[in-house]
Write a protein that binds this ligand. Structure first.
Ligand code: FCB
Length: 441
């Protein structure tokens, strides 16, 4: 048996807009994802999160799935517009009460809450005033997070401030694939900077509130490799690493932005005002790692906005049903690099998973889980301080621009009937979690 450290968190992840539905229930305000998903052409098949998995109203029975999956942690997100329908100011009691019930329901079942404060559902009222392009949104976030810390800080020990600042910037502001749907490189850099400032402000609010608890952000991290062993491709891989990883890790953990990427951005969009780095670097307690796949980089001089190409999946490398390469050994690499560059910072894997279409007999997902857990275990053996692993996702759900087509769940959801069925991968994961270890190969 390849054991994991005592007290290892074995979890599953979801986020509010992807599972809750009940968008008009209990005084919830609108979010940018309501607006975006209802805009024709933005989400495959015209899907929206209006109903999703109806997790909001099926809370008790969904919580009962957790012990069945053998987990001792549940990472979920709070919907900001349920607590603050107008983004700031007036607090909606019914929204607050809902997450009270969720947290208490977890603790009753021996499951540790891991609470994400922002998983992309910005109140539309704030978007109307500039959203993440406005510093006022940073302060509204500080107010909202302080409310969460005061309400739940007596029971929640793990807080995740922001989910995937790069994805917010690249898909939401650079490519227009996610809400709010902008296509403006300068706006993307400014929005990501404000998201990082908001992270720092939330850390400050947690410390000021005095409830204790550990706090960090979740980053979408991709190890970057050169397509060939040329200087040009090696340079493309290094720069891509600054673009997707270090642009976030450096400010949070070192208080600075990487120089070459900053120069590249400024060549494209002009001088940037990236102040407040001391706020961004307010010491946090862990790094949240969301890992799905690698990037293989080829230099492409003259390509806009950046002088590189990301190679398609390599022949012979296994892929998920949406074509993402399944490369668990790159997760070990990534974790080792984190340790080398940033020291012994505690790590929580907060997302890892894949799309497999098989309804219930999902051998592909079992292999993916087995491989990635072995990779995490290898990193632990080499001295990386990994405290937990949360699989994405508890159940099939609204996968943003891909709608309901892309199924990531350990539990199958029949969207006609809302019936839940634990997949073979869910049973496999339960065994590993209960044993706190992987059977030997
Ligand atoms: C991540 C998101 C999560 C889910 C997975 C598949 O980028 O954080 O909500 O969509 O990808």
């Amino acid at each position: 048996m390849r054991r994991f450290p005592d007290g290892f968190l074995w979890g599953v992840s979801t986020s509010a807009y992807q599972v809750e539905g009940a968008v008009d229930v209990d005084g919830r305000g609108r979010s940018i994802w309501d607006t975006f998903s209802h805009t024709p052409g933005k989400v495959e098949n015209g899907d929206t999160g209006d109903v999703a998995c109806d997790h909001y109203q099926r809370l008790e029975s969904d919580l009962d799935l957790l012990p069945e999956l053998g987990v001792n942690a549940y990472r979920f997100s709070i919907a900001w517009p349920r607590l603050f329908p107008d983004g700031r100011g007036r607090v909606e009691r019914r929204g607050l009460d809902h997450y009270d019930r969720l947290i208490d329901g977890l603790l009753e079942r021996g499951v540790e809450p891991v609470v994400t404060l922002y998983h992309w559902d910005l109140p539309q009222a704030l978007e109307d005033e500039g959203g993440w392009l406005s510093r006022d949104t940073v302060e509204a976030f500080a107010e909202y997070t302080a409310t969460c810390f005061a309400a739940y800080g007596d029971r929640v020990r793990w807080w995740v401030t922001q989910n995937e600042p790069w994805i917010i910037g690249v898909l939401g502001y650079q490519l227009g694939i996610h809400a709010p749907g902008m296509t403006d490189l300068r706006a993307s850099v400014e929005a990501m900077h404000n998201v990082l400032l908001a992270h720092g402000r939330a850390v400050q609010e947690l410390r000021a509130g005095g409830t204790g608890g550990k706090v960090g952000a979740a980053f979408s991290l991709f190890p970057n490799y050169p397509a060939t062993d040329t200087d040009a491709d090696r340079d493309a891989a290094r720069l891509s690493g600054e673009y997707v990883n270090r642009w976030f890790l450096d400010p949070v953990l070192k208080g600075s932005y990487p120089d070459d990427m900053r120069a590249l951005y400024e060549e494209r969009v002009g001088p940037l005002q990236l102040d407040g780095l001391d706020t961004i670097a307010t010491p946090s307690d862990f790094v949240g790692v969301n890992y799905y796949t690698r990037r293989v980089m080829r230099a492409a001089p003259g390509r806009e906005p950046f002088p590189w190409d990301v190679e398609p999946a390599r022949p012979g490398v296994p892929v998920t049903d949406v074509g993402w390469e399944i490369v668990p050994e790159c997760l070990t690499d990534l974790l080792m690099t984190l340790k080398q560059e940033y020291g012994d910072v505690p790590v929580l894997i907060l997302e890892n998973g894949g799309v497999f279409e098989d309804a219930v007999h999902d051998e592909g997902r079992i292999d993916l889980i087995r491989g990635h857990l072995a990779a995490v275990r290898d990193a632990i053996e080499q001295g990386v301080d990994v405290r937990g692993y949360c699989h994405w996702s508890l159940m099939d759900n609204f996968e943003w621009a891909m709608g309901y087509r892309a199924r990531f769940g350990l539990v199958h959801v029949d969207y006609e009937t809302q019936a839940r069925t634990v997949k073979d991968s869910g049973r496999y994961y339960a065994q590993v979690a209960r044993a706190n270890g992987l059977e030997d190969e």
